[in-house]
Every structure is written in C-alpha cells, then in structure tokens.
Design a protein around this ligand. Structure first.
Ligand code: ATP
Length: 376
C-alpha cells in the first residue's frame, strides 16, 4: 500500500498533539516509510528526555490507531516507529530481479530499513558461519530457505552444494528438490550424526589437500534440538566445523529458538560471527541471541523482522520471503539447465540496477518523502 504524504502529515500532527498535551517540546521533522514500518523523526527542545517521549508510546499508538509504537534514539534524534498497514512480503524473486550481479558464495537476505537489498558473502572472513535465532514465528526457517535458495540461484553446483539437516523434517523439506542438495535431507538424529561425521572427514580431507571447493553450506533447522537429541558427539562435531570449517570451504547456517550457551554449547556459540536475530521473547533472550545488551530484538515484530548482528553492529532488515509458487519457479528454472545470465526476473520486470559491490551490499534507494518539511 503506497503511503500518501497527506496521511503521513496527518499522523505527524497527531504525534505532535500528544507531545504538546504532555508539554514535551518536540516536533516531527521528517521520516521514512520502510518495508514494514513508518518512522517519524523528532526534533526536540534542549533537555527533552527520550524516556519522557518513550513513556508516551502507548498514547501515540492510540492516537494513530496502531497496536503499538516504538520510541528510540538513533543518529542523535528520537524516532517514533509504527507498523505499516498492509505491508507486503518482500518476495525473494522480485528482490533478485533488482540485483544486477551477486558475487560467488553470496546469499540474499532481504532489505534493510531503507529498502536496500542486504546480501551476505559466506566466505568473507567476518562471516563464515551464520546463526539464525528467534522465537517461534519469527521467521527463522523462512529466512534460511530464502538464504539457501538464493545461493542455489546464483551459484552452480560445482561452486556451492547444500547439506540439509532437519531432524523434524518440517523446515527444509521443500528445498530437497534443489539440485544443489547433497545426499538428500538428514531427517533423523542418526542421519544427522552420519552427515556430521562425513562433514568432519571431508573437512580433514580438504585440509590435507588444501581444497576449498565446492563450498559446502550446512543448514541445520533446530540446532538446540539436534544437540539435545543427538548428544554431545553432535555438539563436538559442530564445534569442530565451526572452528575450522571456513578454511575448508564449509559453512554452517544454523537456526535455533534459544541460542543460550547451555543449549547449543559455548564453543559453538562463540564461533558464529554473524547472527540473524528475529523476534525474541525477552530482553534477556535478546542479549543471549545478539551478544549485545541493548539490541531491541525483543521488540521486533516477527514474520521476517530481523537484526543482522556482526562485529557488534546491527542492521535491521526484513527477510526475503519465498512462497511455494516462487520456489517452484526456481526449481523449474534450475531443472531447465544452465541459464544465460545470473539475473532472475519475475514476469514483466526489467532490471536497471548497476552492478552491486562485494561484501555486505548496500544500494542507494530513494527515501520516501518525510511527513513534514524542515522549518515548518
Ligand atoms: N520474511 C517473511 N515475510 C512475511 N511473512 C513471513 C516471513 N517469514 C515468516 N513469515 C510468516 O511467519 C510464519 C512463521 O515463519 P517460520 O516458520 O519461518 O518461523 P520460525 O521462526 O521458523 O518458527 P518455528 O520455530 O515455529 O519453526 C510463516 O508461516 C509466515 O506466515
């Protein structure tokens, strides 16, 4: 749903009216419409406390007819953020159609708050292994599916192969038909253990031969469950892969509801430099998941609302969504054999983007007009 400037102006007026009623010297100076939220930036008078504005969050939500409003400080100004109505999912295929090139071994995650596509290059030294954490319904499995499918879309089987470990068999089942999947899905604890043993042997073999290709991306749907059911030997093997896998071209992408060291092992936990953290139940869980004391992950909305945490920095993003039909489109295209270029389109869309740079990719997009002009 497009946001009209008139609607944004009206919402800004309502926020200002609440602030004025409580004698808070502040006004809305602008803002942005992100894929899931509308954010209003406040200019405040000297000495205005964030906590004072934050205490009015519920009243602001009520005035805007929203179920909640979030107040926080960023870049030196106070922001009020409310969920957008009718925000559509960010479809993976549509997002991919906006990308001119994607470097090897790079996964498409979604879009950041400015609508900029966010990509993750697994072989980069600062990446290596990725932990996806969040409560039930946060969208972990959906994000992992998009991440893995995007790898299959942009890399040939000679470059990337996928190892799926999903003892409950629910999350990764639909991905089994990707041609990049090696040896079917490990769907029981015994199969998971056998697959991990093979991976450790393969890692040692590659070490001896100095081999790194093809990249092996090992996806585990519920890491804590696997460690609990398959036991300490599973933990020991996952720890070894997390410590030495990158040099051998082996990368872990593991989902877990509770990323506490007691459940997934402190050594395993320490070896995931990148965490993708969705909605969690409490501030404590947010701290376990992100390793940061004040990430705000407990206030995420769920359904693909995520923080990327790397090197103690966070980027909030909306995860790309891969529906069953789009997955079918990908499977058919991959089954049809080598493709002419690496560009993916949904019908009728043209790609006008310049080539994307390496690393975590940011592409400038237009920010939607703010609700109020400066000096109003
Ligand atoms: N990126 C997304 N965009 C839109 N909706 C999403 C997205 N991700 C998840 N959802 C919605 O949230 C639901 C739950 O997602 P998902 O199964 O991935 O959660 P989960 O965190 O893996 O939960 P569980 O731990 O129970 O498996 C999905 O069925 C879908 O309706």
């Amino acid at each position: 749903m497009a946001y009209r400037k008139r609607t944004l102006d009206m919402q800004a007026d309502r926020i200002e009216a609440v602030l004025a009623r409580h004698k808070v010297a502040a006004r809305v100076q602008g803002g942005a419409v992100t894929p899931r939220y509308v954010q209003f930036e406040l200019v405040t008078g000297l000495g205005t406390k964030v906590s004072k504005v934050a205490s009015l969050a519920e009243e602001i939500a009520l005035a805007l007819g929203k179920r909640e409003a979030r107040v926080y400080r960023r870049d030196g100004c106070i922001r009020v953020e409310v969920p957008r109505q009718g925000a559509d999912p960010i479809r993976l295929l549509k997002l991919c159609s906006r990308l001119a090139t994607v470097p090897p071994g790079t996964a498409v995650l979604g879009v950041d708050e400015a609508g900029v596509p966010l990509l993750l290059r697994l072989p980069a030294p600062d990446v290596a292994h990725v932990l996806i954490a969040g409560t039930t319904g946060s969208g972990k499995t959906a994000l992992a599916r998009s991440l893995l499918t995007s790898l299959a879309m942009y890399n040939r089987q000679a470059e990337v192969q996928l190892v799926l470990i999903d003892p409950k068999g629910r999350g990764f089942g639909p991905l089994q038909r990707l041609p990049h999947v090696l040896g079917g899905m490990a769907a029981t604890s015994e199969e998971a253990l056998a697959r991990l043993r093979w991976l450790v042997e393969e890692m040692e073999r590659r070490d001896r031969l100095g081999q790194r290709r093809p990249l092996l991306v090992v996806a585990i749907d519920e890491l804590a469950d696997l460690i609990q059911t398959a036991g300490r030997s599973a933990e020991a093997m996952i720890t070894r892969i997390s410590q030495r896998g990158r040099e051998a071209g082996i990368h872990l992408v593991a989902c877990t509801q509770k990323p506490t060291a007691s459940l997934i092992g402190s050594a395993v936990k320490a070896n995931f430099p990148v965490r993708l953290v969705g909605a969690v139940a409490s501030r404590d869980e947010a701290r376990y998941a992100t390793g940061l004391s004040d990430s705000g992950a407990e206030k995420l909305e769920g359904k693909g609302d995520f923080l990327l945490v790397a090197k103690a920095e966070t980027v909030r993003f909306q995860a790309a969504w891969l529906g069953p039909q789009d997955l079918e489109t990908v499977l058919q295209a991959l089954a049809a054999g080598p493709r002419p270029g690496s560009r993916w389109r949904t019908a009728g869309e043209a790609c006008q983007e310049p080539p994307a740079p390496e690393g975590l990719i940011r592409r400038l997009v237009k920010r939607l007009p703010g609700p109020k002009q400066d000096g109003r």
